[in-house]
Design a protein around this ligand. Structure first.
Ligand SMILES: [Zn+2]
Length: 271
């Protein structure tokens, strides 16, 4: 569902939103100060031409204001399409925001510290939100490489290991990301994904253009259930960032052929 909070339009997963003890959001294209038009909400430092990247921090501050969060506690990483899960301790909390000099390469974060939003950026890649009831949260960025590496399941496993919570007590949401109709892939990518996820249900082959299509959300679901999260605890929002009817709402790397002026931000925090 979409929610407008203090002029900022945010997407929220229905299952997570109904839970106490956790907050989360996914930003949309407008409502910030980025881009040539000056009204875009770009969440990514790598997409900002301004070397000071103050606009990204200002955009995050707008989201913090909308959600009554301390802006200096926003914590982010430099995403590299890998499978490193960063445990956010008090020393790391605020990385890239309250602590702008702290830049750590990773594609997922976990924490048990309240009011510390774990913030990742997305422009088709799957945002994976994980909530272990009352104990911890996790946020993962899973493009096709992250999917092949099983980053979603590895994030759940890291939460289990670090915070002693069973995956059975975790609730997960797959946020807005590219759908299988939009996600056309070449043979080498298909082969790599197929090695990690052999289930043919996750792919479509089109014999007219000789292309494959892959279901990244379905792979995240499988990765999480393989890690022990019950399927009924996983919410698949089914919102595509690339489908043409959503172009007004979201940036899409694929849909805009890499010319997207920004990326969306995904955040989860313990209340
Ligand atoms: Zn689509």
């Amino acid at each position: 569902m979409f929610e407008v909070k203090k002029n900022l339009k945010l997407y929220k997963d229905d299952m997570l939103e109904a839970m106490e003890g956790v907050g989360h959001f996914f930003t949309t294209r407008f409502g910030g100060i980025s881009g040539a038009s000056g009204n875009l909400f770009n969440a990514s430092f790598s997409r900002e031409t301004d070397p000071e990247s103050y606009k990204v921090r200002e955009n995050a501050a707008i989201a913090a204001f909308a959600e009554d969060l301390p802006k200096e506690r926003f914590t982010s990483v430099k995403q590299v399409h890998g499978d490193r899960v960063l445990k956010v301790t008090e020393e790391i909390a605020g990385a890239r925001f309250g602590k702008p000099e702290l830049v750590i390469e990773a594609d997922a974060m976990i924490t048990d510290i309240p009011m510390t939003p774990l913030f990742t950026t997305h422009g088709d890649c799957v945002p994976v939100y994980i909530y272990a009831k009352g104990t911890a949260v996790g946020m993962a960025h899973s493009g096709w490489r992250g999917c092949a590496l099983g980053i979603a399941g590895k994030t759940a496993a890291a939460m289990s290991r670090e915070y002693g919570v069973s995956p059975k007590e975790m609730f997960c949401a797959v946020g807005p990301s590219i759908c299988r109709k939009c996600f056309e892939i070449d043979e080498p990518v298909y082969r790599e994904l197929r090695e990690a996820f052999p289930d043919e249900e996750l792919y479509t082959y089109n014999c007219v253009n000789n292309k494959y299509y892959a279901d990244l959300g379905g792979m995240v679901l499988q990765s999480l259930t393989d890690a022990g999260v019950p399927q009924e605890n996983i919410s698949l929002g089914g919102v595509c960032t690339c489908c043409s009817e959503n172009r007004e709402l979201f940036f899409s790397y694929r849909g805009e052929k890499g010319k997207n002026e920004g990326l969306m931000g995904a955040a989860i925090w313990l209340r």
